[in-house]
Design a protein around this ligand. Sequence first.
Ligand code: NAD
Length: 248
Amino acid sequence: RRSLAGRRKCLVTGGAGFLGKHLVQQLQDSGRYDVSVFDIRDAGISGVQTVVGDLRDQAQVEAAVAGCDTVFHCATAAPAAANTANKKLMHDVNVRGTENIIAACESQGVARLVYTSSASVVFDGRDLINVNEDAPYAARPIDYYTETKVLGEKLVLAANGRGGLATVALRPSGIFGEGDPLLVPLTVAKAKEGKMKFIIGSGENLMDFTYVGNVAQAHLQAADALAGSQPACAGKAYFITNAEPRPF
Ligand code: NAD
């Protein structure tokens, strides 16, 4: 499973996306990985083989995973309102697609699967302050996208130990940084429309934001941790955060 240079062979699903691109860059920079990308659009990153394919297609997923020892499953159907309302798309990509990834990892003898989850899997609309990973999943997730992230995470964690596969789930909250297509551009657009003049609640609400480079780094560290003998993190989920939450 290692290339001639002794590097690990890995696949990044969603490698053409915001987080995926940063992760691919860090994996390349580490010099320890031969990186391939699986995405529905071409990542166009030099030095990286991109397999343009659809997570909903089991045969395409199997072919992309073959020969890898580590899979980083970052892809998601974009949580735009239209998609979130399109439950079939969300379910097919985020739940069925994750099932396809797990099945491929098992059949192809992949050693490690790192799943990008979301901090919102524990959020059901009520304030959560200083919670840790003991917090239960939200009984009523805030939207269907989040529901699919819960289902995906449960599937990945349940797959830990099956056929020699070690899994872990990482839960960032709002991600910001270079190439951000959503958070900052949307905030700026709203400001330009004059829609930043409202204060919700006391104005002291806190929100957890994480720098994209830190989220990517967490993925490398998680893969390294899974590579140890009897890794303590296997089968578990971890919040990924910068430090203190920020006013929102
Ligand atoms: P993104 O939309 O920028 O990237 C997702 C990628 O998945 C895209 O390149 C897209 O083309 C690809 N994709 C979509 N459908 C596909 C399919 N059917 N087959 C193959 N590829 C497909 O999203 P992102 O912000 O980089 O998010 C990455 C991960 O982080 C996701 O799992 C997301 O749930 C999670 N996450 C993101 C945030 C955030 O604030 N951005 C917060 C918490 C968790």
